[in-house]
Design a protein around this ligand. Sequence first.
Ligand code: HEC
Length: 135
Amino acid sequence: MISKLMLFSLFVSISNVYSMTEYQDKVKPLIQKNCLSCHGNYYLETWYRELPIAKQIINYHIQDAKKHLDMRDDSFFKSKGSQSDIYWSIAKSIESKRMPPNYFSIFHSNLKFNEKDQLFLINWFKKKSKELSDE
Ligand code: HEC
């Protein structure tokens, strides 16, 4: 007989898989350049990277970014606090326009989020944060 608990566990694992693919299909492509070029593994091709001093500054920022928030593993972000806290601070950093940092936005004004994407991301990270705090 299938117990309620088994059904519940099945439901939880299906919804986890679903939200993972949602992250990979809808969220990751939007933040790939804007966030994951510092907090993840995305390599952003830039002309200024070739300038001798710029290269060091960029590498330093990328290292520092990962120390504060490491998003290299899609299913487990590393920073201070719980997973729920981390998703919340990501939403907040986008909402307050603290991230991406100004010095990045100046060089990459073409990558600026449009309003729709920005709202989608803020809501998605907040929703995930709430789900994770219920677990
Ligand atoms: C140019 C590199 C760079 C990019 C691009 C970037 N960040 Fe950051 N981020 C940093 C650095 C450096 C820090 C640590 C210093 C600070 O907090 O300002 C940081 C810190 C953070 C923190 C705070 C972590 C903590 O300590 O609580 C969050 C959240 C964050 N970033 C989210 C994002 C999001 C979301 C994006 C994309 C919208 C993004 N960042 C894009 C460099 C970057």
